[in-house]
Design a protein around this ligand. Structure first.
Ligand code: SAM
Length: 240
């Protein structure tokens, strides 16, 4: 069953087993590795991971010495995260919430907020960024990664960031028509300028940016003759 909080549907409930198998426990894929690098030394910090899924990044940050709160809208993925927490207690506080609502985590402040591969799954970007800015203490940072908004697509399991029949300039939520998981959970496409202007509007200033290339395994799937293209985008922002 697909549940909803405040009208936002937990789309990942229907693919929770598949998603966990696919992204697994590891944090070595290029975008996640970039997020951990951009977060830097997290020892002693109070951190929030939003759209945490099954908690693989929250666990790694906690192992590196941070105190973690982690939230997601999907009860099925949170159930998996809690099983990991029971097997390896790291003191992570998991919450089910829609991160875009104005009342979420009222009064709580963090040294950093992390969102790994979550932005294109979150329908209300302004709602998210308004809350990220509210969650951060004055020296706080926001680190995120996502499939690069300019990725043009390679194959049925790695579709373009945008609806292929409409192109890069067509923003909004869309459902892929191929066999990959984006044909089940969809994706919100936004141009890179929309992301950057939204960060500015919410007082989140770019500090560092990364565009990690795909892994060697993924690189092998680049169609013959196709040029290397932007694949991942990750950034660290500071509160202005
Ligand atoms: C691609 S998964 C990323 C999971 C995890 N961060 C990782 O690196 O594997 C995107 C996640 O965003 C969550 N999500 C989507 N909309 C949300 C919302 N409004 N509030 C909280 N979580 C949301 C989904 O439930 C899903 O777990």
């Amino acid at each position: 069953m697909v549940e909803s909080v405040t009208g936002v549907v937990a789309r990942y409930d229907q693919i929770a087993d598949f998603y966990e198998q696919r992204s697994g426990k590891t944090v070595s894929d290029p975008a996640t590795a970039a997020v951990l690098d951009l977060a830097g030394d997290v020892g002693g910090l109070r951190l929030l991971e939003v759209a945490c899924g099954q908690g693989r990044v929250a666990r790694e940050l906690a192992r590196r010495g941070a105190t973690l709160t982690a939230l997601d809208i999907s009860p099925a993925l949170l159930a998996k995260a809690r099983i990991y927490e029971t097997a390896e207690p790291l003191g992570i506080c998991y919450l089910r919430a829609d991160v875009t609502t104005s009342g979420v985590l009222t009064g709580q402040v963090f040294d950093g907020v992390v969102c790994n591969y979550g932005l294109s799954d979150i329908d209300d970007l302004d709602g998210l960024l308004a809350n990220v800015a509210r969650f951060l203490n004055p020296d706080g940072w926001f680190v995120f990664s996502l499939l690069h908004p300019c990725f043009p697509g390679w194959d049925s399991d790695a579709p373009s960031s945008w609806p292929p029949d409409q192109g890069y300039y067509q923003e909004g939520w869309w459902l892929a028509s191929n066999t990959g998981y984006r044909c089940r959970v969809g994706s919100s496409h936004r141009m890179i300028s929309t992301y950057l202007n939204s960060l500015v509007r919410h007082g989140l200033v770019l500090d560092r940016v990364a565009e990690p290339p795909p892994s060697p395994e993924m690189e092998q799937r680049r169609p013959p003759g196709a040029a290397p293209v932007p694949f991942y985008f990750a950034a660290r922002c500071l509160r202005r």
